[in-house]
Design a protein around this ligand. Structure first.
Ligand SMILES: [Fe+2]
Ligand SMILES: [Fe+2]
Length: 292
């Protein structure tokens, strides 16, 4: 038996859906709600830059990974993030940039920031940024797939398919960056710094600036109802931040490993429902105990 740094219990191979966004109303695709739609539109605008940046950072590292399972997972991880970035960029170009042109400039500015960070941040700290991103996206994906009716009730079918597929792949590859980080001897302190960097300089400002712009453009910025709905959507009983907060905190436990949260049933349910049953057995396979 060969040991591997990889902790993935699943093969990273899923069909990419063929999605056509024609006819989608960017302002109200999520249950007719501007607030819910624009929250996820902000994410759609923010994520591709991060995904493409992760690919650009991980690809050159591949040649230094002398672990065939982990190396092949890095390649598949990059394929998946590339597919996410491409489909979201497609939606962004078609529906967001045309209606909300400032998003294009915000994205361009962020691209400059990411390329600056990739040049000047120490490699391990930069890598820890993606460990943190993957932790966030996995937490969102886990709860989004558990409670789709709470987060995406009566949403546009194509948009739901986009986020559902994205969530499933995020769960499937959630440990890859973490495993690479461990392979390159990344430590706990840098890992925490990566999360703080991500939150304070990327996620929070990235989402807030976009929401301010999108709400002003939709002329709901001054409505008290907007903030009531946003607070309920994020912090209510099934709220996006409330549901994910506990998982978010687990990142700070030095013993935490991404697969401590079991996501296999959610992935299995998706594959079965999508009639990819014939692939399920190939996709779901247990990692040998000495690989963990
Ligand atoms: Fe992604
Ligand atoms: Fe990811």
């Amino acid at each position: 038996m060969t040991s591997s740094f990889s902790t993935s219990p699943i093969a990273l191979s899923f069909p990419v859906p063929n999605l056509v966004f024609e006819g989608c109303d960017p302002q109200r695709w999520n249950g007719g709600s501007i607030v819910k739609s624009q929250f996820w539109n902000s994410m759609s605008s923010l994520l591709p830059n991060i995904e493409f940046c992760a690919i650009r950072s991980l690809m050159p590292m591949m040649q230094h990974i002398n672990d065939s399972k982990l190396r092949s997972e890095v390649r598949l991880f990059c394929d998946q993030e590339n597919a996410h970035g491409t489909l979201h960029s497609h939606f962004n170009r078609e529906h967001l940039h045309t209606n909300y042109p400032l998003l294009k400039s915000i994205e361009a500015w962020e691209r400059h920031c990411f390329s600056w960070m990739s040049k000047f941040l120490p490699q391990r700290l930069f890598l820890s940024l993606f460990v943190a991103v993957e932790h966030w996206t996995a937490a969102f994906s886990q709860h989004g797939l558990c409670t789709p009716d709470a987060w995406f009730a009566e949403s546009d079918r194509t948009m739901f398919q986009l986020w559902e597929w994205h969530a499933v792949e995020e769960l499937a590859h959630k440990s890859v960056c973490y495993d690479v980080y461990r392979y390159f001897k990344g430590g706990y302190v840098t890992q925490v710094m990566g999360m703080l960097l991500l939150l304070l300089f990327i996620m929070l400002p990235g989402i807030c600036v976009r929401l301010v712009y999108l709400f002003s453009k939709d002329k709901v910025w001054w409505h008290l109802g907007t903030y009531r709905e946003l607070a309920a959507y994020l912090l209510g009983r099934q709220g996006v931040l409330r549901k994910t907060f506990k998982d978010f905190l687990r990142f700070f436990n030095p013993r935490f490993r991404p697969w401590d949260i079991n996501s296999l049933p959610l992935i299995e349910a998706y594959l079965t429902q999508r009639n990819v049953v014939q692939d399920t057995q190939q996709v779901l396979h247990k990692v040998r105990s000495n690989c963990i």
